[in-house]
Structures are given as C-alpha cells and as structure tokens.
Design a protein around this ligand. Structure first.
Ligand SMILES: Cc1ncc(C[n+]2csc(CCOP(=O)(O)OP(=O)(O)O)c2C)c(N)n1
Ligand SMILES: [Mg+2]
Length: 600
C-alpha cells in the first residue's frame, strides 16, 4: 500500500481483502453493520474493480449458507463478512455444516477492540473462538493502528486463513477443508474513503496457488488452533490394495465422488450409491440396495464393504458395517473423522484392486450381475405397481383397431392426469436434470424417496448432509446457482427439491435486495402441510396422533403463492403428472417456485 488513509481499519481491510483476491477468492458475502464497514466498503470497491462478485444479505444465517453453496459449486472458499454481536452467532449453522461436510469457508467477524471488551459495551460479546472445534483455525486479530507492518501482516493472515480453510496448511487439522474464523477488531475511525488510500486488487492479480512468503512480522496474531479430535487421524495405509474375488460391496455415501464408481468397476463389485454421492451411475449401480441388503441371498452374503463419503440415508448401510462377519474398509483421504457406525472399520487413504482372481471370472461376475439384475427387477416391479408411472403402450396408439387406439388415448390421458406421488416427483426432477444443471435436495422424506428410486445418471447433485439440517437449503442452493452463473463452463438451471418446512425455515433466503443478482433457480416444494418424514418413524405408531401432529408434524397452511409473490418469485402449481412435466420443461429465467401438493 503506497499511501495510508486516515483509517487504519480501511488500510488493513484493503490489504487483507486484496490478498484474499490474489489467493483466489471469487465471492464475498456480507451483511450490513457498523463495525464491519471498512471490510464492506472495500468489498464494494473490489466488486467495482471486477475482482470479485459481492452478495449482500441482511440475514447472516442466509449469508453463511449462501457462502457454503458458493464454495460447493466453485470449489474455493467464499468470504463472509459480519458485524459484531448476534450477527456472528447467526453464522453458526452454516459453519457447522461446512465443518461436517468439509466445505471451505472464511468468516470475517468484526469486533470491538480490546479496551471495549468485557465492560458491557454495546453489541459486544465473546467472539474469539466462538465456533469451538467446528473451525480449522480461529484467529483473534487486534485492531490495526496504522503501523506500516500491518499490510504485510494482513497478507500473511489471509494466506494462513486460506490454507487452513482449503485444508492445505502444513499444520492442517486432519479434517480437510472447512471453516475458518478471523475475528477482526476495529477502532474508530471505522472507515475512510477507499480510493484515497490503498489500491484494491483487480481480478488479473489473482494467483492460482497461494504463495505466502515468510518475512518477520511486527504484529502478532493470537492464533488458537482447535484441539485435534482424538478420533481423527489415519490409522491404515495411505493406499490399501485389496484382493478381488471376495464378496464385496462398494458403498458411496454423500460426497463420495467418482472414485467409488471406478473402484466398483475395477473390482467387479456392486455399487450402492446414495443419490448425492456423485457416484450414482455406471453399470454396477444397485438402486434397490436397501431391499437387497435385507435379503439373505444378497446382504447376508456380503464379506467386505468399502465405504466412500458419508452415508446418511438408510439404516441398512450402518447395520451392514456393524456386522462382525463383514470386513469394513473406510476410505478417508483427509484422515479426519470418518464414518464408522460399527466402530470396527479400518480407515485408509485410498483403495486399489490387486492381482489375484480375475475380477471378470465367473464368481465375481455372478456376484455383481446378480445384484444389478435383482435391483432392476425390483425397480420394474415398483414402477409396475405404481400404475401412474407405467408408460402407455405406444404401439397401441398406431393400431388399425379403433378400440385399441381408444384404449391408448385413455391410458395416456390417465397418465397425464395422474396425481403426483413423491416417487414420481423425485423421478421427474431427476429426468429433467441435465449434466449442465444442478440438483439440490433438502433434508426431507423426498431425498429418501429419490434415493430409493432414481436410476443411474451422472449429474451434479448436492445436499447439506453434513448435519442434514432443514435450515439454509434455499440459501445454499442460491449460492450454488450464483457460483454456477459466474463460471464460464456451467450454464443450466439449479433445481431444489424441498419440503414445505424446509421452505418456510429458510423463507428469508427468498429476499433479493435491490440490485442483487437473481440466478436461474427453481424451488420445487413438495407441500404436505408439515414434516411428514416423522410419519415413517416408530413414534408415529406409539404416540397419540394429536400430540404427534402438534410437536412433530407441526402442521402449517401458509399461502406459498402469496409468499412467492411477496418476494418477487415466479410461482406455479402442479397437481397432475402432466402439469408437473410441463412446469419442469418450461425454461427458468428467473427465480421461481413450483408448488406440488402431496398427500400426507
Ligand atoms: C435445523 C433442523 N431442525 C430440525 C430438524 C429435524 N427435521 C428433519 S426433517 C424435518 C421436517 C421436514 O419437513 P418438510 O421440509 O416439510 O419435509 P417432509 O419430510 O415433510 O417432506 C425436521 C423438522 C432438522 N433436520 N434440522
Ligand atoms: Mg412436509
């Protein structure tokens, strides 16, 4: 910084945010406030210079999840800027989700300087370290005073935060990418005009890899690295070579990625891939894995399970991994806390198939072939049972026999008029999602129905399964859609399948302030008047209906059309299969809500 401004806060903010831009930050999310004004104004200047995209949200909880979605789609951390006080606590849900789902995020919380802490000064609470063990790094930075060394110190601070969030720091905690808190104290004057002082970075200065240089610091930042969780750490080898031939299943939980599918093919093993695994495709995919895991001819014969990602959608997978007669291998590349429901898994960094019995030999081929065949038979039986899903016989439509043509026309009409089932809804969304689109699932009955039924397809699917909250779904999806809109490769639409309570929980995310970018997003709301996921639990059969409804279903009858209208979203409603297909095939140019009433 050549020149300093009358506000050390602004000079420091210029140095800090410019370094973040150089490191690769593309998006900054901020919520308004006084203490954070220097960061906010510098962010606005960076946006004006074309260095970053800025997203302003009044609700910090929305802002936090927005940043999560931006990072999910772009692969790099977004910055979140808040003022002091309760504002910072509103980020906690998104910080927790980012921690558990290993999504990078850098939270810049403005704070009062040391002299104003602990004396009941307005809007002042104990912010340093407030996110506990959920953050990879927590820094409490004293208020800048205008010392020349502060520019360099700010640069190093940014580099440390960036590396910790991306999971690339030398002393990285064994949990991979995740959230980082930088608590920044500021003293009056809280800001000065940006242009008169330091020069802000432009996008062209961005570097591909972070290269923080050393150099002595005259400022010291109080760093508190959270204690390592004792349960972490890689115990097994970095790469485990497993023998082919053993009756193995490959399990792909949330975020597993394509490695699971590759291993299943290399080993000739059935692939049990959850709907948001990023591995739900390929010849070895077993959609009806729940039924087969419960079957004596299939599940009971499994000798080995190899797990990628974080399975959360079934009871059958944890039951399998808890079995004493099943060898469980968990692939955890970052060596952090890993999925281990039976507490008996061996954790490894990666798995390869070794030499031995030819995996294409008859025994292995029969094993995977039987799973895939049985799964298809079960899926066919399920759709045949669901008459609504059976396609009319097209041949009959071309028949010379008038009665056959009439029967065809009637069947077609019946299919178009068929009421929408959850399974039909999930399958329709899946069918209408193309590789350049994105599909986001909320925590609801609907993601489970999708997981039970949708066929293999290599598309981009996301769900907040780190903690499976019903909060922040819309915010996250908007973040994904906004990041996709700024990437030259991605076009397409972001569709979200969510329940009515997940919509209402995050209704504040529908607010786009004036001038805020509105991405191509469609919220498909399965409205069954409350949380019907609980109807499937044991408690639904034991608790009195009235009490169950009051405290678990939590019935609602919000006018969703009016809600959409209030926030300026487009709205449509589909009650039949024909209307659903039509609504999903209509181009989405603006944020829109599609309400689909569902029976309880
Ligand atoms: C933040 C948060 N609070 C509570 C829950 C518990 N929970 C899980 S699903 C659910 C109900 C979801 O209702 P809805 O969105 O309408 O979906 P449905 O299951 O009815 O399809 C609740 C309250 C949660 N997962 N996250
Ligand atoms: Mg519901």
């Amino acid at each position: 910084m050549a020149e300093s401004s009358p506000s050390p806060a602004t000079d420091f903010s210029v140095a800090l945010l410019s370094e973040f831009v150089r490191l690769g930050v593309q998006h900054i999310v901020l919520s308004p406030g006084s203490r954070s004004q220097s960061l906010a104004l510098v962010a606005a200047e960076l946006e004006r210079a074309g260095a970053i995209r800025l997203h302003v949200r009044i609700d910090e909880r929305v802002g936090g999840f927005l940043a999560l979605g931006l990072a999910v789609e772009s692969g790099v951390p977004a910055l979140v800027v808040t003022t002091s006080g309760t504002a910072t606590a509103n980020l906690h849900p998104a910080v927790l989700e980012a921690h558990h789902s290993r999504v990078p995020m850098i939270v810049l919380t403005a704070d009062r300087p040391a002299e104003l802490r602990g004396i009941r000064a307005n809007q002042t609470t104990d912010q340093p370290g407030m996110y506990g063990s959920a953050v990879r790094l927590s820094l409490d930075v004293p208020a800048p005073v205008g010392d020349v060394s502060e520019t360099d110190a700010a640069g190093r601070l940014a580099a440390d935060a960036w590396a910790a969030a991306c999971g690339t720091a030398e002393t990285a905690s064994p949990s991979g990418a995740g959230p980082v808190q930088v608590n920044l104290a500021f003293r009056e004057p809280l800001s000065a005009p940006v242009s008169s002082g330091g020069r802000v970075a432009s996008a062209s200065e961005r570097v591909e890899t972070a290269s923080p240089d050393g150099g002595a610091s005259t400022r010291s930042f109080l760093a508190t690295v959270p204690e390592e969780a004792a349960r972490g750490r890689l115990e097994g080898p970095a790469m485990e070579v497993v023998k082919p031939g053993v009756r193995t299943v490959v399990i792909a939980g949330h975020g597993a990625g394509p490695a699971a599918e590759q291993l299943a093919r290399a080993g000739g093993w059935p692939l049990l891939a959850e709907v948001s695994s990023g591995a739900r495709f390929g010849p070895n995919l077993v959609v009806s894995y729940r039924e087969l895991l419960n079957d004596a001819d299939f599940g009971a014969r499994v000798e080995r399970a190899i797990v990628f990602g974080h399975p959360t959608l079934s009871r059958e997978i944890p039951a399998l991994l808890g079995r004493a007669d099943v060898e469980s291998i968990v692939v955890a590349p970052d060596g952090g806390e890993f999925y281990n429901p039976g507490r008996r898994a061996r954790v490894v960094g990666a798995v390869a198939v070794g030499d031995g019995i030819d995996p294409s030999g008859s025994d292995a081929r029969q094993w995977v072939g039987r799973w895939v065949f049985a799964s298809r038979a079960l899926a066919d039986a399920a759709s045949a049972g669901d008459a609504d899903l059976t396609a009319p016989n097209v041949e009959a439509g071309r028949s010379h026999e008038p009665s056959e043509r009439l029967a065809f026309a009637r069947a077609e009409l019946a299919a178009v008029r068929a009421p929408i089932t959850r399974r039909m809804l999930a399958e329709a969304l899946w069918r209408f999602t193309w590789p350049h689109d994105r599909l986001v699932f909320a925590a609801s009955r609907l993601i489970r129905d999708a997981d039970r039924s949708v066929p293999g397809k290599n598309i981009s699917v996301h769900a907040n399964r780190g903690l499976a909250g019903i909060d922040g779904t819309i915010s996250t999806a908007i973040g994904i859609a906004l990041a996709a809109a700024s990437s030259p490769a991605a076009s397409g639409v972001t569709r979200v399948l969510l329940g009515d309570l997940a919509l209402l929980h995050d209704a504040g995310a529908l607010l786009f302030g004036r001038g805020e970018e509105r991405p191509r997003i469609q919220l498909v709301v399965g409205n069954d008047g409350g949380g019907t996921i609980f109807d499937g639990l044991e408690v639904a059969f034991t608790a009195p209906t009235d009490a169950l409804d009051r405290v678990m279903l939590t019935p609602q009858n919000v006018d969703i059309a009016a809600l959409a209208a209030a926030y300026g979203w487009e709205y449509a409603r589909a009650t039949t299969r024909g209307e659903l297909d039509q609504a999903l095939s209509t181009g989405i140019e603006r944020p829109s809500v599609l309400e689909v009433p569902l029976p309880r």
